[in-house]
Design a protein around this ligand. Sequence first.
Ligand SMILES: C[S@@+](CC[C@H](N)C(=O)[O-])C[C@H]1O[C@@H](n2cnc3c(N)ncnc32)[C@H](O)[C@@H]1O
Length: 282
Amino acid sequence: MTRTQKIGICGGAVATLCLIAFALFGHPQWVLFTWGAAASLLILMAVLLFRARSTWTQALLPWPPERYTDNIDRYRARGGVLEPETDIKKFAHNDQTRFFVFCLIVDQIVKDHVPGDFAELGVFKGHSAEFLAAIGRRLKRTTYMLDTFEGFDEADLGARESSLKGAFSDTSLDAVRAKVGVEKTVFIKGRFPATAAAIPDDARFALVHIDCDLGEPMMAGLQYFYPRMQPGGFILMHDYGSLYWDGAEKAVDDFFVGKAEGVIPLPDRCGSAVMRKNKQVR
Ligand SMILES: C[S@@+](CC[C@H](N)C(=O)[O-])C[C@H]1O[C@@H](n2cnc3c(N)ncnc32)[C@H](O)[C@@H]1O
């Protein structure tokens, strides 16, 4: 509620009380008029209060893309690979925009015939990994899942991040494996980038999701995956624009200095950004 709204509502309340007092104890000739005025002011205040309480974001509706709703039959007839109604169950975040960003990227990879595997750096309990691995299988791609599976590594925590020690340790590789499934999925446990050695040298990627929160693994992830992206491949970087993770934001900004591609900030809750590797010009 803004200051002006607060002043308006307080002023209205005082005026209404005065009018009620006047209606009760004032000259009988004015009773009807003052009761009417008090009632009108009360209604006006109720409307003001209601409007002040609804946030400005409620002026916008979270619409899903029409290709997955109104036009789902046309989507299927064109060979769309997603079944958003059931695939959503494999995505354990309730951020609609985030889910549809994944969907739209997958659709574009299919449409443009971008070859290559999938990878996620920062898996935690598999909330996004389950969806990613399922789509990877559907498209016959291998999905690499990289995490310490023990939470943040102390070596990645900056001086002002010591309070984050132990964060995300409430998980285990076995539990994630059971949730995500093992078919065409390679789990690599340990601190990245040391674990990059476990990825085959010739692996190339169509979609990489970096969701590590911190600056060190964000930079290491970009350094490793960027040169291994297929032309037209996507790197989705979580936590870029939320203003919670300065290290991740700085790593992305620093990394893309001097690169042909830039990043596009996305309107999901945690401020993802996406980069698309330049396509090969024939
Ligand atoms: C925000 S969580 C990932 C969330 C997950 N993508 C989801 O959808 O729920 C961040 C993860 O990054 C992992 N991580 C951070 N730094 C890492 C590093 N250097 N190597 C491997 N994993 C790392 C943490 O262990 C943690 O599980």
